[in-house]
Design a protein around this ligand. Sequence first.
Ligand SMILES: CC(C)(COP(=O)(O)OP(=O)(O)OC[C@H]1O[C@@H](n2cnc3c(N)ncnc32)[C@H](O)[C@@H]1OP(=O)(O)O)[C@@H](O)C(=O)NCCC(=O)NCCS
Length: 292
Amino acid sequence: MVVADVVGLGTLFGGLDEDDMYRRFFSARPPPARFIEQMTTVSDRGDFGVVAVLSGSGRDDRLVGEAGYARLPGGDAEVGITVACALRGWLGPYLLDLLVAEARSQGIPNLQAEVLMANRRMMSLLESRGMAVIECYENPAIARVCIGTKGRTPVWSGDAAAPRLLVEAAGGRWRGAEVARRAGFSVLVCPGRPSRLAPCPATAGQPCLLAATSDVIVISVGGERRQGLIEAHRQLHPGVRLCTDAVSSSIEDHGVPILPAATTVEDIAAVIGGLTDDAIVGEVPAVAGPAR
Ligand SMILES: CC(C)(COP(=O)(O)OP(=O)(O)OC[C@H]1O[C@@H](n2cnc3c(N)ncnc32)[C@H](O)[C@@H]1OP(=O)(O)O)[C@@H](O)C(=O)NCCC(=O)NCCS
């Protein structure tokens, strides 16, 4: 992506319908010229951007896609990506994989994105690359998600001192996430949607780096999947503390501690903080108390 791409990018964005404009920019209007100019100087800031150009058949070259990332505090980078309607079906995954390869070569551990939950194409694309959910917002429903650049899952990044709470919850939403974050935990939620390209390593019988480097895993899914995950994590990640939450727990959970409905920092601190006494985990750092 270079300054000469300003016109092509303006045409690409101008051709998006209102829904796609909102999906990409969280605004119904095309971005102003100065915003696009700023995008094209991405490499001056040490970040990365590419454009896809359709050429040949005697027609003028046409810019049909753009993708880029910008570094975030904490080491990850945030992606943005647009593909012209007529080229959808393969170009988005291709551009995303380019970003992943470039980020990996630059030592960036994860790529993050803020995605409207209703943006099924982008969500499916990220799910197929092993996405985990960092945080969910309401009105509009948006998820901040991440994918790893080195393996099939993201890795823990950001505050290295914070205890790491990995949650297995359908759809990537866990009711205790906000409380746990306020209690000082780093929280990532695995949505657990089966994907051909990114199957869950643990349920496939293989160690999962994300799970293995967590302090606590909360299993918040029901039925056979819960049993399968409890057994898989026990076997593959024996040093990581497991618990289930009240929604999914049953007597079949065989000794896995139950997290009650977590409504306050104190609730979650009492249960998860209490795990620090357990020799299996060794040290889960003390819970921080009130919101920070
Ligand atoms: C998001 C975007 C970049 C994806 O690129 P694309 O070329 O359309 O990607 P694909 O056609 O391969 O679709 C991606 C996935 O969505 C799935 N998909 C396609 N249409 C879908 C639909 N209507 N509902 C649900 N899933 C759908 C595809 O099967 C694919 O999943 P897979 O990887 O598991 O096979 C592109 O659609 C786009 O530019 N959208 C508007 C801007 C935007 O939303 N940007 C992202 C915000 S940062």
